[in-house]
Design a binder for this molecule. Structure first.
Ligand code: CAA
Length: 706
C-alpha cells in the first residue's frame, strides 16, 4: 500500500475520485506508477459511491509518457503494461476524465486519449513524440487518435512528433475543455461532470472507419513532402501503415496491428540509436563536480568581439533570447555591415513566420555596437570571435582582461587553438572558457564548451545554463587541437580527399556518405566551408601529418589555383550559375598529383568509402575518449549529431561502432592498415582503447571518464 501511495495520491470527494500521479520529476509511466494507477482504478471501480475518476497530476506536468529507460527490460512488459492500462481506462465502466497540466506526451497522452473526456490548461503541450525515439505510439495512440480527430491530421501529428498547444488540440477535437488557468480546473471539472452525470460513457473507438479519399490524399501529399526528412527512417512509415490499415479494422484487431508494428520498430538498431541520442543529450549536461548551485553568474548583458559572419551569427542567438548584446569591432564600416546583416537575418526569420513581429522588434532593440573596449565594461559574458590566429586572440584577451568587470566570463570561439595559451595572457584565467559555436551559428544546435585546466566551476556551470537559454545543445570538452568535433573531422576529411587521389570521383565519395545518412558529403562540405579554411586547419596541425605528402594535397593544389570553394564558384566542384557540377579538370589534377606521389589509381567501392571515412572518425573518437578530452562516448555522439550532420538514426559515430560491434570495427581497421601499404600502416593504427574494449567484448558506452 505504501508503495502505491508513493506514485499516486488517491482521494474521493462525493461521487468523484481523484487519482493524482506523483512520480517526480515528470510522471514517467514506469512499472510502479502503472501498478499504482491500476490499483486505484480498482479501488474506484469497487467503490459504489464513485461515478467518475479524474486522472491528473500532483506535479507540474501531467506525464512525459513511457519510461524510456525501461525499454527492452522486463519491467516494460510487466503487467499492467501501458497498452493494457490504456485499454482498461477505455473499457472502464465509470466515467474517466483526464485533467492535463503543462504537458501530456507519448504514453501520457495515450492515457488521456483512452479517457472519456479531456480538459487541459491553456499553454499545455500535447504530443506523441515517439517517432523521435524510433518507435510509434504503442499504447493505442495510433488507433485512438485518428478515431478522435481527422485521421490524416492524427497521422501527421504522430509522424512529425511535435507537440501542439491545448488551443490547437481543442480545435481538432482532441480536448473537450481548455482552461484559462489551473485555478479554474475545479469549477470546469464540476461543470463538465454535471453535463455527463447520469449518462453512460459512449465508446467511440470500437468500430472500424473508412479512410475518406481526401484524408488519404492529404496523407499521400504529406508523405511525398517528407521523403528527404524520412530518409533511412522506419517508424514514420510504420505510423502511416498503422493509421491507414488500422482504421479499417475493429479496435481489437487494430491494436494488435499497432503492437506488431511497434515491436518491429522497437527491435531495430535505429530505435536503440535514437533512444541513445535522447539520453546522451541529457547526460552531456552533467559534469562531475559541477552542480546546479554553481551556475550563479547572472548573464544579463553580452558582448561579442568581431563582427564577421561568426560574430553576427553568435549575436543573433542572444538577441533572440532577449539578452542585450553589444557587437564590438574596431572597424566602423564592418559594424554597419554587421548590423545590416543581422537585421536582414531577423527580418527573414520574421517573414518566414519563425519569429513574431514583436520578437523581431525586441531583438533589434537589444542590439548595440561599439568600437571601444571601454563600452563593454559592464558585460557579464564576452565572446571573442576574431580571426583564428593565436597572437590575434591573445591580444584581444589582454584587452578584455584590462577592461571587463572582475567576474565577467571571458569566452573564445576558437575552433582549434590552444585555449590554455589564451587563458595564460589573462590575470584571471579561471574566468576563461571556450564557447565554440558552429557555422551558421544562429542555426546549428551544437555548442562545444571548452574547459581549460583552470576554468572555474561557476564559469563552466553558468555557461552550460546559458546554453539552454539560447537553445543550444551543450557538450563540455577538454583542450586539444580541434577539441572533439574538428579533431575528429581531420581524419574523416583526410580519407575523403585521399580517396579522390586513389581514383574515386568526388561525387562518388559524397554520394556514398550521403547514402550512409550524412546531411552532406565531406567534399561538398569542404567546398562550403572554404578550401582555404581546410588548408589553414591542416597547416595548424602540421606536426601530426609531417612526411605524408598526400595529406590534403588536393586541397592545397586547389587553393593554389584560387579555387576556394563555393565562394569563388569553384572548388572541388564547379558552381556555374550556383549549380554544383563535377569538374573533369579536378579529376585530371587529382590524377597528376597521384602520379607524382606514386599513388596508383583504381576503382573504389561504396563500402570502402564509408568504412574509411566513418571508421577513421570513430577511431579518433576512441583516442579522444582515452585522453579524457570527452567524458563519455555519448558526448562525442551528441557533438556529431548536432554539429556535423551525422544521421541521428545511427546515433553518432561511437554508437554506430557499438551497434556494428567493436570487434568488427577493429577487424575493419586492421584490414585497412594491412591492405593500404605504408599509408594504411601509418593512418589506420587502431586506438588502444578501441582494441582493449573490443578484445574484452565491451562497448564504447561501457567506458566513461566520469
Ligand atoms: N522516460 C525516461 N526518462 C525521462 C523521460 C521519459 N519519457 N522524459 C524525461 N525523462 C527524464 C530525463 O532524462 C531527465 O532525467 P535526468 O534528470 O536524470 O537527466 C528528467 O526526466 C527531466 O527531464 P528533462 O531534463 O528533459 O526536463 P525538461 O523539463 O527539460 O523536459 C520533457 C521534460 C519535455 C518531458 C522532456 O524530457 C522530453 O521530451 N521527454 C521525452 C518525452 C517522450 O519522448 N515521451 C515519449 C516516451 S515513449 C512512449 O510514451 C511510448 C509508448 O507509447 C509506449
Amino acid at each position: 500500500m505504501s508503495e502505491v501511495n508513493q506514485y499516486v495520491d488517491y482521494r474521493r470527494e462525493g461521487d468523484m475520485a481523484f487519482l493524482s500521479m506523483c512520480h517526480a520529476p515528470v510522471n514517467t509511466l514506469c512499472y510502479e506508477l502503472r501498478c499504482a494507477i491500476d490499483h486505484y482504478l480498482s479501488v474506484a471501480e469497487q467503490d459504489d459511491n464513485v461515478q467518475v475518476v479524474v486522472l491528473r497530476s500532483n506535479l507540474v506536468a501531467f506525464s512525459a509518457g513511457a519510461d524510456i529507460s525501461e525499454f527492452g527490460t522486463e519491467k516494460s512488459f510487466a503487467e499492467p503494461s501501458l497498452p493494457a492500462l490504456c485499454d482498461r481506462i477505455d473499457q472502464f465502466p465509470k466515467w474517466v476524465i483526464a485533467e492535463i497540466s503543462t504537458y501530456a506526451l507519448g504514453g501520457g497522452l495515450e492515457l488521456a486519449l483512452a479517457a472519456d473526456k479531456r480538459i487541459a490548461t491553456q499553454g499545455c503541450k500535447l504530443g506523441l513524440p515517439e517517432v523521435n525515439l524510433g518507435i510509434l505510439p504503442g499504447a493505442g495512440g495510433t488507433q485512438r487518435l485518428p478515431r478522435l480527430i481527422a485521421s490524416s491530421t492524427a497521422a501527421i501529428m504522430m509522424c512529425d512528433g511535435k507537440p501542439i498547444s491545448a488551443a490547437q488540440a481543442a480545435e481538432l477535437g482532441l480536448i473537450d475543455v481548455v482552461l484559462e488557468s489551473a485555478e479554474h480546473a475545479e469549477a470546469a471539472l464540476l461543470q463538465l461532470w454535471k453535463a455527463c452525470a447520469g449518462t453512460k460513457p459512449v465508446n467511440m473507438f470500437e468500430q472500424a472507419y473508412t479512410l475518406e479519399a481526401d484524408e488519404a490524399a492529404a496523407l499521400n501529399a504529406y508523405q511525398e513532402q517528407q521523403a528527404r526528412r524520412w530518409y533511412g527512417l522506419k517508424s514514420p512509415f510504420a505510423i502511416v501503415d498503422a493509421v491507414t490499415q488500422g482504421m479499417a479494422m475493429p479496435l481489437g484487431e487494430a491494436l494488435a496491428l499497432e503492437r506488431t508494428l511497434f515491436d518491429d520498430c522497437a527491435a531495430s538498431p535505429q530505435a536503440r540509436a535514437l533512444q541513445h541520442a535522447f539520453f546522451a543529450e541529457k547526460e552531456a549536461l552533467k559534469v562531475p563536480g559541477i552542480g546546479r548551485d554553481d551556475a550563479h553568474l547572472a548573464i544579463q548583458e553580452v558582448a561579442i568581439i568581431g563582427s564577421g559572419l561568426m560574430g553576427c551569427g553568435i549575436a543573433i542567438n542572444f538577441l533572440l533570447a532577449g539578452i542585450p548584446t553589444r557587437l564590438l569591432d574596431v572597424n566602423v564600416e564592418a559594424l554597419e555591415k554587421a548590423r545590416a546583416y543581422i537585421q536582414k537575418t531577423l527580418e527573414s526569420n520574421r517573414d518566414k513566420g519563425r519569429i513574431s513581429a514583436q520578437k523581431y522588434e525586441q531583438a533589434l532593440m537589444a542590439l548595440a555596437t561599439a568600437c571601444d573596449y571601454e563600452d563593454i565594461a559592464n558585460a557579464d559574458l564576452v565572446i571573442e570571435a576574431v580571426f583564428e590566429d593565436l597572437a590575434v586572440k591573445q591580444s584581444v584577451f589582454k584587452e578584455l582582461d584590462r577592461h571587463c568587470k572582475p567576474d565577467a566570463i571571458l569566452a573564445s570561439n576558437t575552433s582549434t587553438l590552444d585555449l590554455n595559451a589564451i587563458a595564460d595572457v589573462c590575470a584571471r584565467p579561471e574566468n576563461v572558457i571556450g564557447l565554440h559555436f558552429f557555422s551558421p551559428a544562429n542555426i546549428m544546435k551544437l555548442l562545444e564548451v571548452v574547459r581549460t585546466e583552470r576554468t572555474s566551476a561557476p564559469v563552466l556551470a553558468s555557461s552550460l545554463k546559458l546554453a539552454k537559454r539560447i537553445n543550444k545543445v551543450a557538450v563540455t570538452v577538454g583542450v586539444c587541437y580541434g577539441f572533439v568535433g574538428n579533431r575528429m573531422v581531420a581524419p574523416y576529411s583526410r580519407e575523403a580527399f585521399r580517396m579522390i587521389l586513389e581514383g574515386a570521383r568526388p561525387s562518388q565519395v559524397d554520394e556514398a556518405l550521403r547514402e550512409f545518412g550524412m546531411a552532406m558529403g565531406p567534399i561538398e562540405m569542404a567546398d562550403m566551408a572554404g578550401i582555404d579554411v581546410g588548408c589553414m586547419a591542416a597547416l595548424a596541425n602540421q606536426q601530426e601529418w609531417q612526411g605524408e605528402e598526400s595529406y590534403q594535397a588536393l586541397q592545397f593544389a586547389l587553393r593554389e589555383q584560387g579555387r576556394l570553394g563555393q565562394k569563388t564558384s569553384a572548388g572541388v566542384y564547379r558552381y556555374d550559375d550556383g549549380k554544383k557540377q563535377e569538374d573533369p579538370e579536378v579529376l585530371v589534377l587529382a590524377k597528376s598529383i597521384a602520379e607524382s606521389l606514386g599513388i596508383e589509381q583504381r576503382s573504389l567501392t561504396k563500402d570502402e568509402i564509408i568504412q574509411r571515412c566513418v571508421f577513421s572518425l570513430a577511431n579518433e573518437g576512441f583516442r579522444i575518449l582515452e585522453e579524457g578530452i570527452a567524458q563519455r562516448s555519448g558526448d562525442i555522439d551528441v557533438i556529431y549529431l548536432n554539429g556535423y550532420g551525422f544521421p541521428r538514426w545511427r546515433g553518432g559515430p561511437m554508437q554506430y561502432a557499438d551497434e556494428l560491434g567493436l570487434q568488427t570495427v577493429l577487424q575493419g581497421l586492421e584490414a585497412l592498415q594491412k591492405n593500404l601499404g605504408a599509408y594504411g600502416e601509418r593512418w589506420f593504427s587502431v586506438a588502444p582503447l578501441l582494441k582493449t574494449l573490443a578484445q574484452t567484448n565491451r562497448s564504447a558506452q561501457s567506458f566513461s571518464n566520469v
